[in-house]
Design a protein around this ligand. Structure first.
Ligand code: SAM
Length: 229
C-alpha cells in the first residue's frame, strides 16, 4: 500500500460498541487452544474487543496497530500492564522484534480483518516477520474476506434463499471507495504462509448477512497456521 492509502487507518480510530468475534473463539476452542497464561498478539487490533476477551480468558495480551489513538486507548484499558504491550507500528515494513514489545514469542498471533490493508509485498514481509515471533507450538490465525454476495431475488421471510442464484462479487468491487482494501484470495495467503514455513492446519468459513439487510452477505475465511516441523 502507498503512504496515501495508509492514511485511511492512521486517521480513522475505532469508537466504542464492538464485541468479541464469536466465530474466532469457537474456532480456537475447537483447535484446543488454552488461553490461561498464553501470550497472545493481535496485529491491527483496532477496537481491541478480541484481545479484551483473550485477557478475560486468562491470556497475556499484546497488540500492534498503525493507528496511534487505538494504541493509546488500549494502553489506558490495560493500565496495570506498564504499557509495554501495545505499540504503534506498520506491520507491512517494520520488524516486530525491534518494536519494543515486552513479550518476544507468542502462542497465538491474530490478524483479523486487516491483511488486505497490506500490498502483496507487505503481506509476505509481515507473515515472515510474524512467523519469527511465533512459539514452536504456536498458531497464527488470519481472517480475511472471501467474497461479498448479493441476493438477486428477494425471498419471503419463511423461505430458504437459493444460494445458487446469488451474485458473487470479489471484495474489490464492493469495498468503500476510500477504504484501501487489496483483495487477496485465501489460497494466495496459504502460499505466502507456506513460504514462511507455516502450514495451514485448520480453516473455516462464515456467511453472514450484514447491517440490517437480508440481501447482502459477507463470506469470510478463517485460516489457522502452525510452524512446519
Ligand atoms: C478493519 S480494522 C480490524 C480491527 C479488528 N482486528 C477487527 O477484527 O475488528 C483494521 C485494523 O488494522 C489496522 N491496520 C491497518 N493497516 C495496518 C498496518 N500496516 N500495520 C498495523 N495495523 C494496521 C487499522 O488501524 C485497523 O485498526
Amino acid at each position: 500500500m502507498t503512504g496515501t492509502e495508509k492514511k485511511y487507518w492512521i486517521k480513522n480510530a475505532h469508537g466504542d460498541g464492538y464485541c468479541p468475534n464469536q466465530s474466532l473463539f469457537r474456532m480456537l476452542t475447537a483447535a484446543g487452544f488454552a488461553f490461561p497464561s498464553a501470550n497472545v498478539l493481535e496485529v491491527g487490533f483496532g477496537h481491541g474487543a478480541d484481545l479484551k476477551e483473550c485477557a478475560r480468558r486468562g491470556a497475556n495480551v499484546s497488540g500492534i496497530d498503525i493507528n496511534a489513538h487505538d494504541v493509546e486507548t488500549m494502553k489506558g484499558y490495560f493500565s496495570d500492564q506498564n504499557n509495554q504491550n501495545f505499540v504503534c507500528l506498520d506491520i507491512g515494513n517494520s520488524p516486530l522484534l525491534n518494536a519494543g514489545l515486552k513479550t518476544e514469542k507468542f502462542d497465538l498471533i491474530l490478524m483479523m480483518d486487516m491483511i488486505y490493508y497490506l500490498s502483496d509485498e507487505e503481506k509476505s514481509f509481515a507473515i515472515k516477520n510474524l512467523s519469527r515471533s511465533l512459539s514452536d507450538d504456536g498458531f497464527i490465525l488470519i481472517q480475511t474476506i472471501r467474497r461479498d454476495l448479493v441476493l438477486g431475488t428477494p425471498v419471503g421471510i419463511d423461505d430458504i434463499p437459493d444460494f445458487s442464484a446469488i451474485e458473487s462479487k470479489a471484495l474489490e468491487n464492493l469495498s468503500e471507495k476510500d477504504n484501501p482494501m487489496d483483495y487477496t484470495p485465501p489460497s494466495a495467503i496459504i502460499d505466502m504462509c507456506r513460504r514462511a514455513n507455516l502450514k495451514n492446519m485448520a480453516k473455516k468459513m462464515t456467511l453472514e448477512s450484514y447491517g440490517n439487510s437480508e440481501d447482502f452477505f459477507r463470506c469470510k475465511t478463517y485460516l489457522m497456521f502452525s510452524p512446519e516441523t
